[in-house]
Ligand binder design. Structure first.
Ligand code: UT7
Length: 335
């Protein structure tokens, strides 16, 4: 049974503001050429990536997340003390527990409100946004922050050339508040298939394979990915999610002003673009600058697109994600 989007959820909330935080340090393709058997040419043609950013020594996911949320609060023109909840989507938490959201709350000194993480890998921001909209629709909360934040360079195996060129660190945040009727979330759709969990995961460090000297020596505490299998599923799932969400929104494809896909690989984005049949100029791509930042990729792209004036009040935006789990989802908003 596919989940549906109720009339109550439609237009329940709108995005009041966005923010992002990208660490300063940059890893270029040329830097990677020096540590593994790869080339700028291979990385550029196979992924579209040129650079990815890396956190400083001692910095953690919540540090980036808190800055992104503070900026989103400024952009929204609200006090963060007005928030009723904070949701963080991450696959690279500060610690297995407590949640990264608890550390974000601590950094911003917002005690009292409920805060929690969502584990949906690269789909974390779409899952979190869907939930935020539903919680506002249910009347549970009025204002909810959703953050996608990652420090994937901490769990990247720099001895594995098939994955280490891909990942970067960043955080993006959006604040959801009451809709004014015209603008808001007009569709949300999320799904998952746990049967494919073996294709993309971090095997070590959980209850299945607790940390031991052996798991560390075997490099089990890093991202494991079977890239070409993930690639095919990503294209299929993002295509069907975006189409489904556009159908739920009840809009025509021509009404979409911007598609913001998860930035995993420019070839995935191009395959998706041609399958959905949306003109390339309506598709946002920044994978060359950040690499794959998992749950952060959509909110940082969204924040950039707003800052650049590519979208503004009234624009219809379709965001679509795919990630480990497998998980997928799509959100349609009228800004
Ligand atoms: O965030 C959501 C989840 N992630 C994704 O959606 C990522 C999905 N997957 C991908 O983006 C692509 O599969 C990759 C970029 C990871 C790999 O591209 P590919 O076209 O699927 O390459 P491949 O894995 O089939 O490897 C092709 C060749 C292999 O060599 P042989 O066996 O043909 O001789 C690899 O060993 O490329 C080789 N290769 C590299 N060569 C130079 C793999 N990584 C590298 C590298 N530099 N970094």
């Amino acid at each position: 049974m596919s989940p549906t989007f109720s009339d109550k959820a439609r237009g329940a909330s709108r995005i009041l503001g966005t923010g992002r935080c990208v660490p300063e340090e940059v890893i270029t393709n040329e830097d990677l050429e020096k540590i593994i058997d790869t080339t700028d040419e291979w990385i550029t043609t196979r992924t579209g990536m040129k650079r990815r950013h890396k956190v400083a020594e001692g910095e953690a996911t919540s540090d980036l997340a808190a800055v992104a949320l503070r900026r989103a609060g400024e952009d929204a023109g609200i006090e963060l003390t007005d928030l009723d909840a904070i949701i963080v989507g991450t696959a690279s938490p500060d610690m297995p527990f407590p949640s990264t959201a608890c550390f974000v709350q601590q950094h911003l000194n917002l005690p009292g409100i409920p805060v929690f993480d969502i584990s949906a890998a690269c789909s974390g921001f779409i899952y979190g946004s869907t939930l935020a909209n539903s919680l506002i629709a249910a009347g549970q909360f009025e204002m909810v922050a959703v953050i996608g934040a990652e420090t994937l360079t901490r769990i990247t195996n720099y001895q594995d050339r098939s994955t280490c060129v891909l990942f970067g660190d960043a955080a993006g945040a959006a604040i959801f508040g009451p809709s004014d009727g015209e603008r808001g979330v007009i569709a949300a759709y999320i799904g998952a298939d746990g049967n494919l969990s073996h294709l993309l995961n971090m095997p070590g460090g959980g209850s299945r394979e607790p940390a031991t000297h052996e798991t560390v020596d075997a490099r089990r505490h890093f991202i494991h990915m079977e890239g070409s299998e993930v690639f095919k599923s990503a294209v299929r799932a993002m295509e069907s999610s975006a189409k489904r969400a556009i159908e739920i929104a009840g809009i025509r494809l021509e009404e979409v002003d911007l598609l913001i896909p998860h930035q995993a690989n420019v070839r995935i984005i191009k395959a998706l673009t041609s399958r959905i049949n949306i003109p390339p100029e309506k598709v946002y791509i920044n994978v060359q600058e950040y690499g794959n930042t998992s749950a952060a990729s959509i909110p940082i792209a969204f924040d950039e697109a707003r800052e650049l004036g590519i979208v503004s009040e009234g624009s219809v935006i379709v965001m679509v994600a795919f990630g480990g789990g497998f998980t997928w989802g799509s959100l349609v908003v009228r800004l």
